[in-house]
Design a protein around this ligand. Sequence first.
Ligand SMILES: Cc1cc2nc3c(=O)[nH]c(=O)nc-3n(C[C@H](O)[C@H](O)[C@H](O)COP(=O)(O)OP(=O)(O)OC[C@H]3O[C@@H](n4cnc5c(N)ncnc54)[C@H](O)[C@@H]3O)c2cc1C
Length: 269
Amino acid sequence: MEVKLVDYASAPLEKLYAAFRTCYSSDTPIQIWNKINSGKVEQKKIREFITERLKTGHTSPLEQVVFWFAIANVSRSLSHQLVRHRVGISFEQQSQRYVRFNRQRLAFVMPDSWRRAGLEGDFEQFMARCSELYAKALEAGLPAEDARFVLPNAAPTNFHLMVNFAEMLHICDVRLCVRAQWEIRKMAAAMRREIKRVLPELALSLQPKCGENRMGYCDESLEDWSKCPLGKVRPHKSSLFELYDRYGSTKARALSDEEYRAVEEQEQL
Ligand SMILES: Cc1cc2nc3c(=O)[nH]c(=O)nc-3n(C[C@H](O)[C@H](O)[C@H](O)COP(=O)(O)OP(=O)(O)OC[C@H]3O[C@@H](n4cnc5c(N)ncnc54)[C@H](O)[C@@H]3O)c2cc1C
């Protein structure tokens, strides 16, 4: 698998600062940018301000930071999962209609579990048979869009994709979690690593959802949490509720109609 951050929209930290500041300032966005460009707002202040804002639920400014990735040699199993993300992300994927694969180029992705189970040879034999049949179909004059019907989930594919920071955070929330499948988890980790190389401030928040800079706790099942290698350092939601029940000022219980009325009617909460 190859994952490369090809580019990102210029001045991402300044753009984030200006986007957030516009919401909280009597200055116009042009005045804010003049202060950034003249150095009146120091880089240190920009970074500190963004770090604080990233701790809040004010997330729409994060959509104004955009990354472009080149991703190669991942499986069609991974691509089925990746293209389910539909907000804040745009894909171009190598076509199996327009690209005719030849046997040398079809380097199938093999999970390590096949090797560990001693079934590597069977896997390779089966893939070789798929390649053979695929080549035979092309030779017989079938169009590539029909020959591809014999290609398995292990067939390799490539992406050029554009994703904004808000969606990148969401992808890391769910795909760095050990509940995610290993290959897409590996890809999300590589994307995070690429962003960290150039924008470490932003990468701090690219974590699985249980990370200290995200939700902070695990909302998956207790069984999954107990098997997770991070389970020892991040709490499960059930333990937080137990603590609340033990030490909180009230016991956690279901919300009542009265409480909904209070939310609806009270002007000052
Ligand atoms: C561990 C794991 C197991 C999975 N298992 C399965 C499975 O068995 N079968 C299966 O079909 N899929 C499965 N999926 C895929 C999953 O259901 C989603 O399709 C995938 O995570 C991407 O969807 P998203 O909502 O996160 O989309 P994104 O586009 O990444 O969503 C970004 C954000 O926008 C919100 N959003 C997006 N569209 C809408 C909308 N129309 N209305 C309101 N809010 C929206 C999302 O809730 C999210 O907060 C699995 C995913 C994971 C991580």
